[in-house]
Design a protein around this ligand. Structure first.
Ligand code: F3S
Ligand code: F3S
Length: 104
């Protein structure tokens, strides 16, 4: 799966959402999250993020590896909605919710 990491927090550019062919990039209050079971690993989202927040799971930088678990755990309570557009927004992972405001 691909993974959204910390540079997305408090930015939410959303360019990635428009690229995803299966609409599996879901919105939290402070960042977006890729659904690990719905993502088909097409990679279309990765190059369009202006802050390079998106990585293939094996390519996450060391200090961002926790975001694989952050993206996966985000869906523990909402399951697999099968499409982000009609889903709306869900509460952030606790690690993200606890971050101080991120500089623009
Ligand atoms: Fe976030 Fe980048 Fe997408 S900032 S919303 S991962 S385009
Ligand atoms: Fe969508 Fe990116 Fe996966 S475009 S299918 S989240 S690799």
């Amino acid at each position: 799966t691909y993974v959204v990491s910390q540079p997305c927090v408090d930015l939410k550019d959303r360019a990635c959402v428009d690229e995803c062919p299966v609409d599996c990039i879901y919105e939290g209050e402070r960042m977006l999250y890729v659904h690990p079971d719905e993502c088909v690993d097409c990679g279309a989202c990765e190059p369009v993020c202006p802050v390079e927040a998106i990585y293939y799971e094996d390519d996450l930088p060391g200090d961002q590896k926790v975001y694989l678990e952050v993206n996966t755990t985000f869906f523990d309570t909402i399951g697999s909605p099968g499409g982000a557009a009609r889903f709306g927004t869900a509460p952030d992972h606790p690690l993200v919710a606890a971050l101080p405001p991120q500089e623009a």
